[in-house]
Every structure is written in C-alpha cells, then in structure tokens.
Write a protein that binds this ligand. Sequence first.
Ligand code: SAH
Length: 350
Amino acid sequence: MEKININELTLEELEKYIEELGEKKFHAKQIFKWLHKIGVTDFDQMTDISKSLREKLKANTYILELQVLECQTSKKDGTQKFLIKLQDDTAIESVLMKYHHGNTICVSSQVGCKMGCKFCASTKEGFERSLIASEIEGQLQTVQRYTGEKISNIVYMGIGEPLDNYDNVIKSIRLINHPQGLNIGARHISLSTCGVVPNIYRLANENIQATLSISLHATTDEKRQQMMPIARRYSIDELLTACKEYIKITGRRISFEYALILGENDSYEDAMALVKLLRGMLAHVNLIPVNEIKNGAYKKSKEESIERFMNTLNSCGIVTTVRRELGSDIDAACGQLRKKYLEKRENTKM
Ligand code: SAH
C-alpha cells in the first residue's frame, strides 16, 4: 500500500484517519500541531505521541519535506529567493521579503503557468502541474525551517495562477490559517489573479478574509488582449463586475496591479482611463515598473512617467503606490531559477 502524505490532511480528515488506525481522535490535534504549527520532519519529534502510534504513522504515512536546492540573498535588502524541489523532481520558487511590519513570503501555486502573459517569466517555460495544498503550505514550513525566520504574511504571487488551481489554493489558505497550524490570519494573506472571472465569484463566497489583487495592466480590452491571453476570455467589464461583487460580498478592498511599460500603457491618457474604470470602487492601485525579462518586448517606463502616472491617480482620489523593488540584484522576479533548473534537468537526462 502506498504511504499517504500526512501533511495534506485537514484536521477533520486526520481525526478520521487516526480513528481508522484504531486510535483516539484527540491525537489528531496533537499530530496536526506538530506538522503544521511546529513543522517537524520526523515522527520521533512528536514527543507527546506514544511510540506505538508513531510507528503506525511511519508505516502508513510520510511527512512531506521539500528540498531547498538554492537560496540567493540580496545584498541590498536581504530578500531571499529559494529554488525548491518537489518530490517528483519538479521545482518551484519562493521569495522571502523582509519589511518593517514582518516577513512576507511569496509562494508559487503551480509548477509553471498556462496563462501566457507576455511580460511574465513564469509562463515562458510552460506548465507542468498544479501544486497540492501541502506543497503550498510546505513552502512556508521549508523557508521558516531553512532561515529560522517567522513568516507573518503570504502573497500568492509566485509561479502559477492561483485561481487556475482553485481547490488546492483554498485548502492551502485554510491550512495556513488554521488556529492549530501556522495560524496566520486571512487578512495577512493576499491572492493575485490575472482575472479568472468565475473563480472570483467563488472566492467571494468562501468566507475567507484574504486580500484580492487583480492583475489589470491595461485599460482597454484590445490592449489587454495583446498582453494577457485571459483577456480574450473575459472582458475588462466582466472582470470589474466580478470585482464589484467581491467587494460587495466581502467588504474588502481590492488591489489592482498595473505594470508600467514604456510607451505601452504609461501615458497621462492611460492614467485617466484607469481613473475612469476604478472611480467609486473600494480599490487601491499598485504600480509595478515592469521587470524586463530576457527576450521580452517590454521596457520599463521612465521614472518621470511612473511619477506622473502615480500623481494623476492619487490626485483623482485613487490611492496609488509604486511597488518598491526588492531583491533587484538577485532578480527576484519569478521563473528565472526554475528556468536554470529545467535546463540542468534536461541535460542530465541526455
Ligand atoms: N498569476 C497571478 C500571480 C502571479 S504574478 C497573476 O497574474 O496575478 C504577480 C504579479 O506580478 C502579477 O500582477 C503579474 O501580472 C505581475 N508580473 C508578472 N511579470 C511581471 C513583470 N515582468 N514585471 C512586472 N510585473 C510582472
């Protein structure tokens, strides 16, 4: 019989499983705590669990352990970028960013991405598979163990499209959020989507207080379609209608991400068009000077255009910030380490 990944079980599933092993249900809570709050990697570290139960667990289950293959640390701001290997030899990236208000981890939700956004490095190497919940939560456990740092905030902005891996992402949020686990409040969790509209409606009804970020990047369907294939499926109008519904149901402010690209979407007229789209919404805009990727067509906007864009929005009452670039010396933009890993994996196959 194949051993099961015990980290993937919710507390309720673990309780059921422990009873199936002929043991008392309350042990599940103890085990769940060891796995998710403490993050142990060995059953023998579970000191309040009897030896016989530990042996049963060892015989039937395993603790998921992800392997750090590489860690790059920025000399400028301490940002750390991790290349993490999964059990099937695929690899993902996670980034640890240190802010005054605490440590934030940027997690991957898929191995690669299907979305094909033109400016994004994560999608260039193609899609391998979606992550399961314990592999998403496991990124936090792995980075906490590796660095000894406590993580207080999570953003789903690494490799992959979280709303294209809906069930696993929701399960991972519930694991991370669990009082017997890492116990990180949903308000400290942000999820970013390129705009998978039906799943924005689903998310609105999950009763999770997470922050939603929408990757907008353009103000007309025509321009957005050139940049992001998802825009061919859902119009800006459909996307914003879903966002308004999300705000109505959750009462949460939405953050709109807008990558500023030289001569593409960074004019005064573009800023005014964005004002028109978002006016009256409980929204915040996050401007990201585009990270130029290898062989990419897009160049970063000039400093004065970024400044003008931000000022235009702010003066029209739309709260706007420019994302501080972290880890610029280690190229913290996602996808680069995985690309290198894939090339190496290909070469060793030959
Ligand atoms: N798939 C999700 C989350 C991943 S990326 C999404 O699309 O939202 C996180 C954010 O970085 C998104 O807003 C994405 O559009 C943006 N992004 C990706 N590549 C970028 C680049 N080269 N420069 C600036 N922003 C980029």
